[in-house]
Design a binder for this molecule. Structure first.
Ligand code: ATP
Length: 219
């Protein structure tokens, strides 16, 4: 697969390019220069040119990039038309909010099921997403070909639920708990600790009231 050959930093930027090109396409723009992309996305133009060079010959010197062509290319590349099914473990306050958040509309990612151990929650339907018992984890993951899970259980249950997910064949976990999870090396974990993020923001506001807060707003 071509996307395995490109650097991870580039791969991470491709969805940004894609979304911006979609906007340009929507307003009828036919072409865009790397300088204009750079300006809009706050990414160095040289970085953009380098990123696109990994994808092949996409632009001509002095002409810039053809928006339609680039969009189609990135769509194929990112397989944007393919829906990725995701599950969520722990249908508490945060979990419920994420279930209600419509990832699908903009990103083709769909939470197909929630899981919990609370009998009062099992069997519920939250904005069309069913909540299952943890006993049914493996069965539901297989049914929907799910490889990614969002973890919103209390920290005390983080490792045990992670072990269950690994046993059920999950490959990636978006961890919203503050726990550091132990997983085999083939499992990928992305960690979002909202408390730490908020504290970091407050720290920067207190200690660097002008520069950093401005930078964050622009970035
Ligand atoms: P609420 O009080 O409404 O449950 P909360 O977000 O404060 O919300 P937490 O204690 O953080 O609740 O738990 C989040 C969810 O994780 C709860 O719905 C809880 O039942 C569920 N949960 C706890 N332990 C497990 C577990 N081992 N496996 C799956 N879900 C679990």
């Amino acid at each position: 697969m071509a996307d395995q050959k490109i650097p991870q930093v580039t791969a991470k930027r491709l969805p940004l390019y894609y979304r911006y090109l979609e906007k340009l396409h929507a307003i009828g723009k036919q072409r865009v220069s790397s300088a204009a992309l750079a300006e809009a996305l706050q990414i160095d133009p040289a970085t953009i040119r380098r990123d696109f060079s990994y994808l092949g010959e996409l632009g001509k010197k002095g002409y810039g990039y053809n928006v339609n062509y680039l969009l189609q290319f990135l769509r194929d590349f990112l397989r944007q038309d393919e829906v990725t099914n995701v599950v969520l473990i722990g249908v508490g306050n945060l979990g419920t909010a994420l279930l209600r958040y419509n990832f699908y509309r903009s990103h083709n990612t769909k939470i197909v099921a929630g899981f919990d151990i609370d009998e009062g929650k099992i069997g519920m339907d939250i904005d069309g997403v069913p909540v299952y018992s943890m006993n049914r984890l493996k069965e539901v993951l297989e049914l929907h070909s799910v490889e990614v899970a969002i973890l919103t259980v209390p920290v005390s249950a983080a490792q045990s639920t992670t072990d269950q997910l690994v046993n059920a064949g999950i490959r990636g976990i978006l961890n919203f708990t503050p726990a550091r999870l132990n997983v085999p090396s083939h499992i990928r974990i992305h960690h979002i600790d909202l408390t730490v993020e908020l504290q970091t923001l407050i720290y920067f506001l207190k200690n660097f009231p002008t520069n950093e807060s401005k930078g964050e707003q622009n970035g």
